[in-house]
Each structure stands twice: as C-alpha cells, then as structure tokens.
Design a protein around this ligand. Structure first.
Ligand code: DAK
Length: 258
C-alpha cells in the first residue's frame, strides 16, 4: 500500500514506519494519523513481523498535532467529528511491541505518540516537550497521565504548565526514554533492539506487554492476579515447552508462536 505521509519498510521481522511530512516537522494531521493506524494494524496482523519502530527524521520525530488543521475546530467537532481522536484509540490496541526512535523535536502529540509506544530510543538531539499551554489548551492524548507516571509530578508540572523542554539526556535521567545514542546511529540501534525483541516467544511477548500496560490501569492485586492467569495460560503453548526443553538441552529455542 502507498501512503501520503508515512513510509513503511520491513527490516528482518521489524516493521518500520517513518513519519514523512518533513516540511511541517511531521505534524500529525488526520491523514497521517489514519495512515499510521493502518500501518500499525497491518504489521500487527503480519506473521513475519515481531515488533515495530516508529520514527520521524533527524530534525523532528513530530512537532505535535497539526495546529493549522485544529485551529478552527469547535468542541463538538473535536468530540464527535474528529477522526484523530478515534485513530489515537486504535493505536492503543496494537498487540506487538512498538519502539519510538526519536530525534529532534518531539512535542505535544508527537511526545504523546512516543510515550504511547512501549519504549523510546532517542538521539542526543531529541527534545521532549508539551507546549500546548502556549496554544491555550492542555495535552489531549495522554501526557497529563503518562508524564507524571514516567518522570514524577514535579517535572510533569513544569513541562505541562510551563513548557519545560527536556533534552535527551534529561529524558534519560528521568526514565522517560530507554536509551540515547548519537544521531548517526539512534535509528539503527532502535531497529536492533526491536529485532532482539521480535525473535522472542511471540505469545509470551504479547501477554507480557499487556500485563505491564495493565499495571498503569489497575489495582496491584488485580494486576498480579491477571499476570498469574497469563502465566498459567502460557503453559498451554508449544513455546513454553520448547523454551524450557531448550534450556535443559542447552540449545537455542525455536519459537513457533503457538
Ligand atoms: N502543526 C502544524 N504545522 C507545524 C507544527 C504543528 N504542530 N509545527 C511546525 N509546523 C510547521 C510550521 O508552521 C512551519 O511551516 P511553514 O511556516 O514553513 O509552512 C514548519 O513546520 C517549520 O516550522 P518552524 O518554521 O516553526 O520551525 P522552527 O525550527 O523555527 O521551530 C518548533 C520549530 C518545533 C519549535 C516550532 O515549529 C513549533 O513551536 N511548533 C509547534 C509545536 C507545538 O505547539 N506543538 C503542540 C501542538 S498541539 C488529541 C491528540 C493529540 C493532541 C490533541 C488532541 N486528541 C486525541 C483529542 C495534540 C495536540 C498538540 O500536539
């Protein structure tokens, strides 16, 4: 399939999606977001893909939702007619791991998109911020919830109320990102990390991602019970038998995804 504002590639079991609106610093308009959701869902369904990477370019991961597209909208437009909102909900239902490979500007909805991924690999030039307050709005795709959970209330308040931008190094210190690399290698490193994850036992990976994400949504006791159920469920898979037999026989496991 050909897209207008994204490019998709496959790198040995990893589906790579490049946001491709460079003149607008990859601002997330409704067409781009719709294409992103389709590409993620397609990779999520593809058996040969084990993980995904979303990236922008060196100058910008994404400078936020498209302000020009949003500026004239009413509350009712945003609530009932805004296709972007439903697209964001689709991103949350992707089962395979997604890594954001971030360089340059990562602002507003761009930062929210990166945080909605499962891990973030950043270049040394990455800049994370929530400048919505400058537009007379607040974040609309999860930053008020995800930033405090990731970096704590103090920094979250500064970022969201006073447009504090975090450098890549600060984002790493505050545990917002997993790894920081020079701009020349951050994408390659993100793909390598995704490839390491992509060859692991698929059913266990899927249930583990679900369990970790659930930890943000639920009581500890419920989360632990659900984790236990998923743990038991994995004992009905071919891969659990294979993984444990391979350990005992001192060989590499051959995963079947069953
Ligand atoms: N939207 C539209 N165009 C953008 C843009 C954006 N967010 N960011 C940059 N551009 C465009 C600029 O207008 C400019 O276009 P031309 O004038 O050349 O046509 C081009 O990209 C290059 O930008 P600059 O000339 O401004 O480049 P600079 O290097 O001088 O500045 C900058 C870079 C990143 C500091 C600056 O562009 C900037 O401040 N951009 C806006 C950042 C921002 O405010 N982002 C937050 C947007 S609000 C929701 C989901 C998500 C959201 C809301 C709801 N729901 C599910 C309900 C998200 C909201 C947001 O993200």
């Amino acid at each position: 399939m050909t897209y207008e504002y994204i490019i998709t590639e496959v790198h040995e079991k990893v589906g790579l999606i490049r946001l491709n609106r460079p003149k607008a610093l990859n601002a997330l308009n409704s067409i781009l977001m719709g294409e992103l959701a389709i590409a993620l869902e397609t990779f999520d369904q593809a058996e040969e893909i084990g993980a995904m990477v979303i990236t922008g370019d060196e100058r910008a991961f994404a400078a936020g939702a498209d302000i020009k597209e949003m500026s004239g909208k009413s509350s009712i437009d945003m609530l009932f007619r805004d296709s972007i909102s439903s697209t964001w909900d689709r991103l949350r239902s992707i089962k395979k791991p997604i890594i954001a490979a971030v360089s340059g500007w990562c602002l507003g909805g761009g930062s929210e998109l990166a945080m909605a991924c499962d891990m973030i690999v950043a270049s040394e030039t990455a800049k994370f911020g929530q400048p919505e307050i400058n537009l007379g709005i607040l974040p609309g795709a999860g930053a008020t919830q995800r930033i405090p959970r990731a970096v704590g209330k103090a920094i979250a308040m500064e970022m969201i109320l006073n447009n504090r931008t975090l450098s890549a190094e600060e984002a790493y210190q505050f545990s917002l990102v997993n790894r920081v690399y020079p701009v020349e290698s951050y994408l390659e490193k993100a793909i390598e990390l995704a490839q390491e994850i992509a060859v692991r036992a698929p059913v266990a990976i899927r249930l583990a991602k679900e369990a970790i994400n659930q930890s943000f949504e639920t009581l500890l006791s419920e989360g632990v019970s659900d984790e236990r159920r998923s743990f038991y469920l994995l004992f009905s898979t071919v891969d659990q038998k294979e993984g444990m037999e391979a350990f005992i026989e001192k060989r590499e496991p051959q995963w079947k995804g069953k």
